[in-house]
Design a protein around this ligand. Structure first.
Ligand code: 3NM
Ligand code: MG
Length: 509
């Protein structure tokens, strides 16, 4: 079968070629390790296409790489190309199959489960699945499906050995995440199809080489996490005190891009638990800050016109270094602007942890879930079991950890689901107490990398047990006196832990 791993799709428009010769660019890309070439030309006359395709075929043969022709079975036949790639609005599969030689390769573009199943039933050799991300290279695409939509397709066709490539907006900074997050338990992408990131690159050889390197390895953020562990809450709880001790010893740093209402309170919480807060909303600063090897928190509570681009710069910097990134989609469903921000951020980077209340988590689930997997945003209506299921499904889909907060918190890594009942109603009466959970999760994710669910669980328990202790204090009469007592109790746990005293935890979770 064809090696689909690095699939180059050509483009003859001036914006991409920038005055260079198409055949030269393709030759350079092949030198860098492209494994299959599709000649796609939407503007030239048939005569020019046949002539260009013939030249391209001479080149691809040198590298022993198949040449496929987009849409035009006649051009493929005229030059004896190895096959064709057809879209949903092109010649039908049966017609192409009838016209072409028996061993010709036929690939089909698909963007839904139904199209994918039909293409497999017809006999397609491979599927182009997309559009992954919106792209200026092709603006008339049917739908942008993201990694969630791609994963849903791979899941639905996992019993078929058909080849698969993802296409649309794939570049060096997202290719590893595309492959990682699209993967369903039983089927992964065989490759990625690229136009502009290779064709328009100043050095197509270097660009292709870089892609070839990247696709061999998982993203850095995926390396640290362990294989799934059994859902044994009791066993996990026995490990909590040592994770808290590790966090206290490591003094982790956490960079928060957080809303202005709670920044001061959250910084004080971080100091109380023995970690270091940096509150920095300026995206360009993240390229330096990520080198300090802390975590990044994105909290979109006071979103502005510049927030999303700042967040995306920071997320990219931390993702590239493999340092933890936490997303708190505050008010995710509240406005059109925020719903858009959720989609952009979910498409733009990887989050080790997504933390939000029920409405926010539902919005995150629905905004990037196509393929009839969407859930309407709206008032809370889920019971405990449904909440646990949603947290688990979102974590499974995004391949991360999800924390749905509420009177009971639901925490999942896609396999294990834990309900946490600790805390106190005063936490709901003070602004910033929810936001602080995102930031302190960053401290714990930094200190304990091998089991992200255990790290977040340890943080929540330290936090909520401190809240219970504070509320029980005789000096606390309401939310006002609760705040200083709460900081004191966090500090008290941290000081006890540093001395090796775990009594704060015994019998409390
Ligand atoms: N087909 P770039 S997206 C040719 O969704 C093509 O089917 C698409 O270009 C589809 O790698 C696309 O520059 C263009 O984003 C991809
Ligand atoms: Mg087409």
């Amino acid at each position: 079968m064809v090696d689909l791993s690095l699939y180059l799709v050509t483009d003859s428009t001036p914006a991409i070629l920038k005055g260079r010769d198409l055949c030269t660019v393709v030759d350079q890309a092949l030198q860098g390790g492209v494994t299959v070439v599709q000649y796609r030309d939407k503007s030239n006359d048939t005569g020019v296409m046949v002539e260009t395709a013939r030249k391209l075929h001479q080149i691809t043969k040198k590298y022993n790489v198949p040449l496929l022709i987009n849409d035009r079975v006649d051009v493929a036949l005229a030059i004896g190309a190895e096959g064709v790639h057809i879209g949903q609005d092109d010649l039908k599969y049966e017609e192409a199959r009838r016209l072409l030689p028996e061993n010709a390769i036929i690939g089909i573009s698909t963007s839904t489960v139904e199209e994918a199943k039909k293409a497999i039933a017809d006999g397609a050799d491979y599927l182009g699945i997309g559009t992954m991300f919106a792209t200026p290279t092709k603006t008339n695409t049917k739908s942008v499906i993201g990694t969630a939509g791609t994963q849903a397709i791979l899941d639905a066709i996992s019993d078929s050995p058909v080849g698969t490539v993802s296409i649309g907006g794939i570049n060096h900074s997202n290719v590893q995440r595309v492959i990682y997050q699209s993967q369903s338990p039983k089927k992964a992408l065989d490759g990625v199809a690229i136009v502009s990131a290779i064709m328009a690159a100043d050095d197509p050889t270097a660009s292709a080489k870089h892609f070839a390197e990247l696709i061999k390895n998982p993203p850095r953020f995926a390396v640290a996490s362990t294989a799934p562990r059994p859902n044994e809450v009791e066993a996990l709880l026995t490990e909590v005190p040592q994770v808290v001790r590790k966090m206290v010893e490591v003094h982790p740093l956490v960079h928060s891009m957080i809303n202005i209402v709670v920044a001061n309170f959250v910084a004080n919480v971080v100091l109380s638990i023995g970690a270091s807060p940096i509150m920095a909303p300026y995206g360009d600063e993240a390229t330096d800050l990520c080198n300090l090897d802390g975590a990044l928190l994105i909290n979109m509570g006071t979103l502005t016109s510049e927030s999303v681009s700042n967040y995306l710069k920071a997320i990219k910097a931390y993702n590239e270094r493999g340092n933890p990134v936490i997303y708190d989609p505050v008010g995710a469903a509240a406005t059109h602007i925020r719903r858009n921000a959720v989609s952009q951020l979910m498409a733009g980077g990887y989050f080790d942890l997504i933390k939000g209340n029920e409405g926010e988590i539902r919005q995150v689930w629905g905004s990037s879930a196509v393929q009839q997997r969407g859930v309407d945003s709206g008032p809370s209506t889920l019971d405990g079991k449904q909440k646990a299921t949603l947290a688990r499904d979102l974590a499974r889909r995004e391949r991360n950890v999800v924390l749905m907060t509420g009177a009971t918190d639901y925490l999942s890594d896609g396999e294990r689901v834990i309900a946490v009942e600790n805390g106190h109603p005063y936490l709901g009466q003070v602004t910033g107490t929810g936001c602080a959970i995102g930031t302190i999760s960053g401290c714990f994710l930094t200190a304990h990398r091998s089991d992200r669910l255990l790290a977040v669980l340890s943080g929540i328990l330290m936090y909520e047990i401190a809240a219970e202790n504070a509320a029980a204090s005789e000096h606390v009469r309401g939310p006002g006196s609760f705040v200083p007592a709460f900081l004191d109790e966090l500090y008290a746990i941290r000081t006890a832990v540093a001395k090796g005293d775990d009594s704060w935890f015994v019998g409390r979770a």
